[in-house]
Each structure stands twice: as structure tokens, then as C-alpha cells.
Design a protein around this ligand. Structure first.
Ligand code: SF4
Length: 498
């Protein structure tokens, strides 16, 4: 098996490298998982890094914005045309749905756009950026100001670091420039690395002391509010404090993540660079896997945390307690699913893409195929373990691409399609259930991490198998979303490389 190397962190650089270069990430792939593993193990170049045609795509800036805008006492300055900010304004309402009783802090989401126009593209946007920073201070008196650079500022070559250097000595708020210009990388997840680079370089302070009970938890969009509540309950029981980064942290809290005992993963795609940068600059230890999904992984995850916090005894009793709760219920699921001849197509980020197949097979069902946004060669170790357990299956990297996923589903005709909300466009084809939800979801079914999450996920599958009538009706009454011609094509990646 190819050895995995952690990404190289050079914080003196303005930003992180793009993932095409640092991890050899691809976002178009179709084949058997055995072929993917052979390619990685043989050190072969994975095809294809970019797509000639995309029906949908994400941009680095949008990936950044929806993560950092929850930093509570901060102002986010989107340095670009006003259109680059359009995706950011619904979040205030979204998060206000979370009841205060569920530990939701009171917060404002402060976002400004520099509103670059055609004239600015000719003469440069630095003056507007300065003005936006001054306005942020005057209007909100924030503890930090995050600048998200756009395609426009990148094309003009605005000297963002120069602006920061000229203003920083005059204001107290820490300024954090993130290079997330949309055109910079075909892999939008490069934006996660750019954010981590900037946060560690400009914001996190050297530790004054080590806090043995503080555990950084990487919290991407898919760690829901219900997951936070459950993690917090479990950590309370063993005398530890979770710090979800960066979601809803304060500037002060982020400054001290260098003092944590360990940085724990939930999704390697989101958090690996942040973990590696904290280790590189401040020596904060981390482990890369497993994500705390399912009973076995969650036990291992907590035991890894125990090693760094000295809480072995407390964590073993927590595991015993949680197993006593979960195992009998899991057995009931297994009994119920036994003999159900159902196949499942999984569409998810990399952490769930390697976990859900194992769980589905454990419940007695079959895996039809797996779709992910992107594929990093480092996922090969975990995929190998899945392959060893469940055998061969189709794997497809698509960066969403509804037309390709629809093609896969038509070809495989799974009984269930289990997907992320943003990949969940297929209610007509097979039973559709959601893998997981957004960060603001506090419903019980959206709590799918840690010990009890497996039961909630089982409930979701159970409901879908018991009542497929909506999907059947939709499929019968609505036409297929694409023309027959497309479904007759042999190659699902026909347009990716043409
Ligand atoms: S940064 Fe570029 S790709 Fe992203 S929203 Fe702005 S213009 Fe579009």
C-alpha cells in the first residue's frame, strides 16, 4: 500500500498549494475500486485532474465563506464583485432556527463586500479593500477581520498582504487574508487548506500553557448542530472540553487552539491541512483517521483522544456505557434487515464514502456503488480496508455532476440512493435518503457521528425501505431528467475528458 505523506506546510508562503499539486487530488474517476487501488499502489497518475465539461461546480471562495462566516466576533470581507457574496446571506436565518436551549450562542453574522466593479478591475481594488476594513472596524468593532480574495482581486493582482501590513499596526482586530480566488484550483476543497493556512499563520497564538482537557474537533459543514450537542454530552462525561473549529468559535477561542491536547478528525478532506499546520507551527498532535462514524471507528477515535489527554479510564467506561446502549438496538436493526435483498448507492464526502459501505454490508445489504466529490490518493488506505471487507464495487468521483450520477443510478438501479443534501437530486430514482445534513440541523436524525449516530442512520435507512411510495410515485409520474440518448452512453465520463 502506498505510504501516505501529510501535506507539506510552508507558512511563510502567502497561501497553501492547490490540491492538484499537493495531494494529486482528482475530481473525475470511474471504475472499480480495485482498479483505483491498483493505480494508487503502482504510483500511476490518476486520471483526470480537471474536467473538460462540468454541469455543476463549486468555487474555493464559496467553500471558504460558508465555513468562516460563523466566527462570532469577526467580520468577513469578501473582496470581489458583489455577486461573489450572493451565497452568504441566507446563513443568518438558517442558524437562527437552532434553539438557544441547544447551546446555540447569540451571534451576528457580519459580512461586507468590496463590490469591485469594471472600473476597479482596471485601476485595482486596494483602496476599496482598505475602506472595507475601516468600515468593518467602525461599524462592528470586531476582534478579527477575515478577507476572502476572489477571482477579480486575483486577476488584478491586488497586493492584499501589503494592505494588511499597512493597516494591521493601527487596529486591534486581527486581519486574516485568505487566498481563495475561484480560478486558482479546479479542486474547490483547496479552499479548506487556504483557510487553515491563513488562520494558523495570522490568528493562532503560540501556547501560553497546555490545556490537557481541551480537544480541537475539526468541524466541517457536515458536523450538524445535533452532532455538536452529542459530542459535548460525551466529552462532559469524561471531563474534556471540545472546541469545534472553526464553526461558531470566537476569535479568542481560535487564538488558543495551539494549547489543545490533540486535534481530532471528522473529515480528512476538510481538516487534514489544519491538523498538519497546527502540528507544524505549534506541535499540537493529531491523528488522521478514523472519523467517528459507527461503533468501531468511534471507539478507536475516543481511544486516540485518550492517549493524548490521559483519560484512558474514563473513556473506557464511556465506551462500555455507550456500547450497552447501542449494541442491542443495532442487533434489532440487523434482525430486521436480515433477508432484505436491497442494494445501496452511496454518494458522500470521502469520510462517509469509506464508512457507509461497511455499515450497509454489516446490515446485510449490498453496495451498488459509491460516488464522491473528489478522490485523494490518501483515501486508498481506508478504501483498501473497505474492499477487503465488502469486495469490489464501482467508484465514481464527480464533483456532484447530477447528469453523471443519474447515469450511474440508471445503470445500477439500486434500491436505495443515500446522498448528501447537496448531492441529493435523485428522488425519482430508487429510494432516496439523506446521508447527513447541514451544520444548522438539530433534528435527531441529523446526528450521525459518534456512538449513537449509527442508530440514527439505521433509522433513516429503515424508514426509506419501509415506505418507498413517494419515490415510486415520482418515478412513475415524472419523466427522466435527461434524454434517453444520455443513458445509452457506455461511458459515464464521456464529457469529462472530451
Ligand atoms: S471567486 Fe470567482 S468563481 Fe468564485 S464566485 Fe467569485 S467570480 Fe465566481
Amino acid at each position: 500500500m502506498a505510504n501516505f505523506e501529510a501535506p507539506k506546510i510552508i507558512l511563510d508562503n502567502d497561501t497553501s498549494p492547490k490540491r492538484e499539486d499537493s495531494l494529486n487530488t482528482i475530481k473525475a474517476y470511474s471504475g472499480k475500486v480495485s482498479q483505483f487501488l491498483d493505480d494508487v499502489n503502482a504510483g500511476r497518475e490518476l486520471q483526470w485532474k480537471d474536467r473538460k465539461f462540468e454541469q455543476t461546480s463549486q468555487c474555493m471562495l464559496t467553500q471558504v465563506v460558508n465555513r468562516v462566516l460563523t466566527i462570532r466576533d469577526s467580520v468577513l470581507v469578501i473582496h470581489g464583485p458583489v455577486g461573489c457574496s450572493q451565497g452568504s446571506y441566507g446563513y443568518r436565518e438558517l442558524y437562527r432556527n437552532v434553539p438557544l436551549q441547544l447551546q446555540r450562542p447569540r451571534f451576528q453574522l457580519n459580512i461586507l463586500s468590496t463590490n469591485l466593479t469594471e472600473g476597479d478591475i482596471v485601476f485595482g481594488g486596494e483602496k476599496k479593500l482598505k475602506l472595507a476594513i475601516e468600515t468593518a472596524v467602525e461599524r462592528y468593532n470586531p476582534k478579527s477581520i477575515i478577507i476572502a480574495a476572489s477571482c477579480a482581486s486575483g486577476i488584478m493582482g491586488d497586493d492584499i498582504e501589503g494592505v494588511v501590513e499597512s493597516i494591521q499596526p493601527n487596529i486591534e482586530a486581527r486581519i486574516i487574508p485568505i487566498h481563495c480566488e475561484g480560478f486558482r484550483s479546479e479542486i474547490s476543497q483547496s479552499g479548506f487548506d487556504a483557510t487553515a493556512h491563513a488562520v494558523v499563520k495570522y490568528l493562532v497564538k503560540p501556547p501560553k500553557r497546555k490545556q490537557k482537557d481541551l480537544v480541537n474537533i475539526i468541524a466541517p459543514f457536515s458536523v450538524t448542530w445535533a452532532d455538536r450537542v452529542e459530542f459535548t454530552r460525551l466529552f462532559d462525561k469524561v471531563g474534556l472540553r471540545p472546541r469545534f473549529i472553526p464553526d461558531f468559535a470566537t476569535t479568542e477561542e481560535l487564538m488558543e487552539i495551539s494549547e489543545a491536547a490533540v486535534t481530532a478528525p471528522t473529515c480528512p478532506s476538510y481538516g487534514l491541512y489544519l491538523q498538519a499546520a497546527l502540528k507544524e507551527k505549534f506541535g499540537v498532535p493529531y491523528f488522521r483517521e478514523p472519523a467517528p462514524l459507527g461503533l468501531t471507528n468511534t471507539k478507536e477515535w475516543f481511544r486516540q483522544i485518550a492517549k493524548h489527554t490521559g483519560k484512558e479510564r474514563e473513556i473506557e467506561s464511556l465506551i462500555a456505557e455507550e456500547e450497552a446502549y447501542v449494541l442491542p438496538k443495532l442487533e434489532e436493526f440487523k434482525k430486521e434487515f436480515k433477508g432484505v435483498d436491497a442494494s445501496v448507492f452511496v454518494s458522500a464526502g470521502q469520510a462517509r464514502a469509506v464508512f457507509i459501505p461497511k455499515f450497509v454490508v454489516e446490515l446485510g445489504m449490498k453496495i451498488a456503488g459509491v460516488n464522491t466529490l473528489e478522490l485523494d490518493p490518501y483515501i486508498a488506505t481506508e478504501l483498501q480496508a473497505v474492499y477487503d471487507q465488502v469486495g469490489d464495487f464501482e467508484i465514481h468521483a464527480s464533483d456532484i455532476q447530477p447528469f453523471e450520477q443519474s447515469h450511474m443510478l440508471e445503470k445500477m438501479k439500486p434500491d436505495l440512493y443515500t446522498g448528501c443534501p447537496f448531492m441529493g437530486l435523485y428522488k425519482r430514482e430508487g429510494g432516496h435518503v439523506r446521508n447527513h445534513s447541514y451544520r444548522s440541523d438539530f433534528s435527531i436524525q441529523s446526528q450521525q457521528f459518534s456512538f449513537r449516530g449509527i442508530l440514527n442512520y439505521g433509522n433513516v435507512i429503515q424508514r426509506a425501505l419501509k415506505n418507498p411510495s413517494l419515490n415510486k410515485t415520482l418515478r412513475a409520474k415524472r419523466p427522466r431528467p435527461y434524454k434517453d440518448w444520455w443513458y445509452e452512453q457506455e461511458d459515464v465520463l464521456k464529457y469529462a475528458n472530451e
